[in-house]
Each structure stands twice: as C-alpha cells, then as structure tokens.
Ligand binder design. Structure first.
Ligand code: ISE
Length: 334
C-alpha cells in the first residue's frame, strides 16, 4: 500500500522534505501541501507535479487521501498540529522542536498516551546520519569501554537576525542534546552554560558553551556558534575508557581547484545531513507500514526541549542548574 503524505508548512524545511519525497521514498507519495502563504504552497506543488494545495492545516489532516503528515510549519504551531494528527489517528513526523514550550511538549505526550498509540516522531534527523550511527554502534559493542566525554561543535555559517543568544541553545544546540541522549542512552542531570563574547559579525548574540552532566557522570560539551562564516560545521568526538571515536571530519572527496587543495564544507544542514534527511523519511514511511516507531519519540522531543529549557535557566542564573525531567511514562519504554 502507498502511504499518502501531506506536508504542512512550505518554508525551507517543508520545501526540502517535499523535494525528497518527490524524488522517491519507497512506499510513500506526496499528495498535498499547505502553507499560510498559498503562493508558496502553489510553487512547491507545481515543482512537484501531481500534488494538490490544501487551504488549511486542519483540512490537510482530515484529507481522506492523506494517511501521514509532515509538520514543518513554525515552531509555535507544532504542538496543536501534532495533537490534531494524534486525534485523527494519523502518524506525524514533526520538525524539531516538538513544541515551542515544555508545557506544550507535555500536552503532546498526554494526547498520545490518551490515544494509546505512538504516532508522533520528532525530526531529529541526526539519529539517521551514517556517522552518528557508526559512533553509536562502536559504543554499543563495548570495544571502547565506558564513555567519559562527548565533545560537540555546532557551527552555522550564518543565522537570521531573530536567532538570539537563547535560540542558539534552544534551536541549534537542541540537536546535540538529542543526539547525545541517543548515543549515551541516558538523560542529563545538570547543565552549565558559559557565553563567549559576541562575534563582530553578530553583535547581538553570543556563542554558547553548554556543559551537560549525564545521570551516570559523562560530561558533554557543546560549542554552539551560529556565525562561523566559513560554512556549516558539525563535529563530535566521544572519548571512552579505552579509545575515542569521532565523526569523520571530511567528505569522501577532496578537490584541487582555484589554487587550493582541500575538502569542501557544506553551506547548511540540508546538504550536510542530506543522507540523514532521506533516511529519516524512508524509515518513517517504513515504520508506518510495520507499526514499529523509529527515531525520536514525543518523549525524546520533550526531553530535548526540557533540557534546553534548563540550559536557558543556567544561562540566566550563571550557575550550574539541575535538570529534572520527571518519570518517563512506561508508554515510551523501548
Ligand atoms: C536549524 O534550525 C536546523 O534545524 C539545523 O539542523 C541546525 O543545524 C541549525 O543550527 C538550526 O538553525
């Protein structure tokens, strides 16, 4: 059976997901798109070919030809739309973050538990990246011993003006929070944040160094800097008792061009994580067929947002701040 997919939100990420779906994801078909700006939706539908434009997000969720929904609208709309999908009994892949507030994340969890079925996946695509997956395997096969440190770097070339010092944490470093939880298989107990001085390229926001302490005593450092100018650069090194494992720093080919010999750096996350985005969609569609959820759950979405919220508290307080996520519901076990 082919699963009809609708995309809500036709901005940067909605357009990218629509393109990947259109290029072909086994078992899934892009059926309709919706955006508050109908011209933007029409542009994507026209580029995709046989795709309808639906007027409202609610219409799209109710559409009989649509069995699964990809939510890529602004963050403030995520929770209400995810809940509407759950209430309609339709699986949703929701772009990160799961919701704009921790309270809203909790309401998505409550709706899913009420409905009795795991239907929400959060678009933390790094869980599908070949590099991070290899890192996870080498940790899980226990050759390296127990993990001690995870050092992460998250640099964007540029960021829009609305990205504040706080959003550097809540919107960018939240990826590292999720992937660190995925790699280590545990939650964080405390967080400290130290800000660097602003770059002269962006005087209104500060690069952040986030130091997370896991429940079992692993220390995770995250440098989050969205004005690096030279390109989009994500690094990770996991240091264990008997060895270390890092994401390979370079793409598979090196170029000699224009008096230089070296490796290209991608401009943004869509290119850097192209494989991960495609694999995320492939596995999402396959999981709808099998009924076995993959990727980040609503609990993972909540945990990442609640940890980021604690980091914002630590930033404001200028001190080490404990993190209490509460009890993970049995519904999300395994
Ligand atoms: C952006 O919103 C993303 O989702 C990217 O994955 C992330 O790397 C980037 O820093 C964010 O601004």
């Amino acid at each position: 059976m082919t699963i009809g997919i609708g995309v809500i939100g036709c901005g940067v990420m909605g357009a990218d997901h629509a393109r990947i779906l259109q290029e072909g994801i086994a078992g899934g078909k892009l059926v309709a798109v919706q955006d508050l700006d109908p011209r933007r939706a029409a542009g994507i539908a026209a580029a995709a070919g046989d795709v309808r434009v639906v007027e409202t997000a609610r219409d799209l969720i109710a559409d009989r030809d649509i069995q699964a929904i990809l939510i890529a609208s602004p963050d403030e709309t995520h929770a209400a739309l995810a809940i509407a999908c759950v209430e309609a009994g339709k699986p949703a892949l929701c772009e990160k973050p799961l919701a704009a507030t921790v309270e809203e994340c909790r309401s998505v969890i409550a709706a899913e538990i009420r409905g009795g079925r795991r239907l929400v996946q959060v678009g933390f695509m790094r869980r599908f990246d070949p590099g991070y997956r290899a890192m996870k395997r080498s940790l899980d096969d226990q050759q390296l011993g127990r993990p001690l440190f995870l050092h992460c770097v998250h640099r964007n070339a540029v960021a829009p003006p609305y990205i504040t010092s706080e959003l550097v944490i809540a919107s960018s470093a939240v990826h590292e929070i999720d992937i660190a939880r995925f790699l280590l298989g545990e939650e964080f107990a405390a967080v400290t944040v130290i800000s660097a001085r602003p770059s002269r390229n962006a005087p209104t926001r500060r690069p952040q160094m986030i130091i997370l302490e896991s429940a079992s005593g692993v220390v995770v450092t995250v440098e989050a800097f969205v004005d690096a100018r030279y390109g989009y650069d994500v690094q990770a090194e996991l240091v264990c008792e008997d060895g270390a494992v890092s994401l390979a720093p370079n793409p598979p080919v090196s170029f000699c061009h224009a008096n230089r010999d070296g490796f290209a750096i991608e401009a943004d996350w869509r290119a850097r994580f192209a494989d991960a985005y495609r694999e995320q969609l492939r596995q999402w569609v396959a999981s709808i067929e099998t009924g076995r959820p993959v990727g980040s759950s609503a609990w993972d979405g909540y945990a990442a947002s609640a940890t980021a919220a604690a980091a914002l508290k630590a930033l404001a307080a200028g001190s080490r701040t404990p993190i209490d996520l509460g009890q993970k519901p049995a519904f999300y076990a395994a």
